[in-house]
Design a protein around this ligand. Structure first.
Ligand code: KIV
Ligand code: NA
Length: 277
């Protein structure tokens, strides 16, 4: 498997090849993901939900995101790694964004960064791109501002709000993003954006016309059962498999079956006898 880059992802769009993406947050999981066909991974601030049990992504800070980034980077040898800029680490302005983006790249070893927002952060994205950082946009349902949106709701359902999302996509393209995440918008809105911008669109709850798709890996694998949005498809039930394995271990310990000889260390009979005297 060869690690991708932003030129290759643009080429994939031009050739009509779908881009696949999942989130990852730690070394163990990334070691597995790195062996798969996935084109790109995201160290998402959804780590706030999946790894820490918070209700929203606004509760994760830069230093915590850096812990997850470092762990993932140690295993992301063949996969392009995008990381989320956490809430309030870029909104103040280009200077704040550049200082924090520097840390995400330098200390977190991310290949690229993702920021939430369209027109309202155009000047910030422009500055980061000018500084040489590959930036991915994220519009539609933006979880960091879910409270302002009145909850985790589908965006762009009215003509006015759909037009705003298209404008946001164009602003991001102007600012120089290499890709745009489209979250929880009607499929026709995602199709128009995908047909309009030259950079790839990565959908989550945005229909089948996007240039690629992303899912939270815990949702995909069945490792998160607090809630499941409509756009999530479960491809495995690893949570149940984990419970089964742990319960088998518990039973074998209680029954005296584990550890057996195969998993124990031996000593010569002679020495053992001397020791027992
Ligand atoms: O943090 C995240 O997992 C995300 C994806 C759902 C796009 O931003
Ligand atoms: Na995110």
């Amino acid at each position: 498997k060869q690690k991708g880059n932003i030129l290759k992802f643009k080429e994939m769009k031009q050739q009509g090849k779908k881009i696949t993406m999942v989130t990852t947050y730690d070394f163990g999981m990334m070691s597995q993901v790195d062996k798969t066909d996935v084109d790109m991974i995201l160290v998402g601030d959804s780590a706030a939900n999946t790894m820490m049990g918070y209700e929203g992504t606004v509760h994760i800070d830069l230093d915590t995101m850096l812990v997850f980034c470092k762990a993932v980077a140690n295993a992301a040898k063949h996969t392009f790694m995008v990381a989320d800029m956490p809430f309030m680490t870029y909104e103040i302005g280009p200077e704040q964004a550049m200082l924090n983006a520097g840390r995400m790249i330098r200390e977190g070893h991310a290949d690229a960064l993702k920021l939430e927002g369209g027109e309202r952060i155009e000047h910030i994205v422009t500055a980061l791109v000018k500084a040489g950082i590959p930036v991915m946009g994220h519009i539609g349902l933006t979880p960091q501002s879910a409270a302002q949106l009145g909850g985790f709701k589908v965006q762009g359902k009215s003509l006015e709000s759909a037009r705003q999302i298209v404008k946001d996509a164009l602003a991001l393209e102007r600012a120089g993003v290499f890709a745009i995440t489209l979250e929880a918008i009607p499929s026709p809105v995602a199709k128009i954006i995908t047909d309009t911008v030259k950079v790839p669109t990565i959908g989550i709850g945005a229909g089948n016309d996007c240039d690629g798709q992303i899912l939270v890996i815990h949702d995909l694998l069945g490792l998160f059962d607090r809630y499941t949005p409509k756009f999530v498809k479960r491809y495995a039930n690893l949570g149940e498999d984990m419970q089964k394995a742990i319960n088998t271990y518990c039973r074998e310990v209680r029954d005296g079956v584990f550890p057996d000889e195969e998993h124990s260390f031996s000593m010569s009979k002679e020495l053992a006898e001397q020791l027992a005297e």
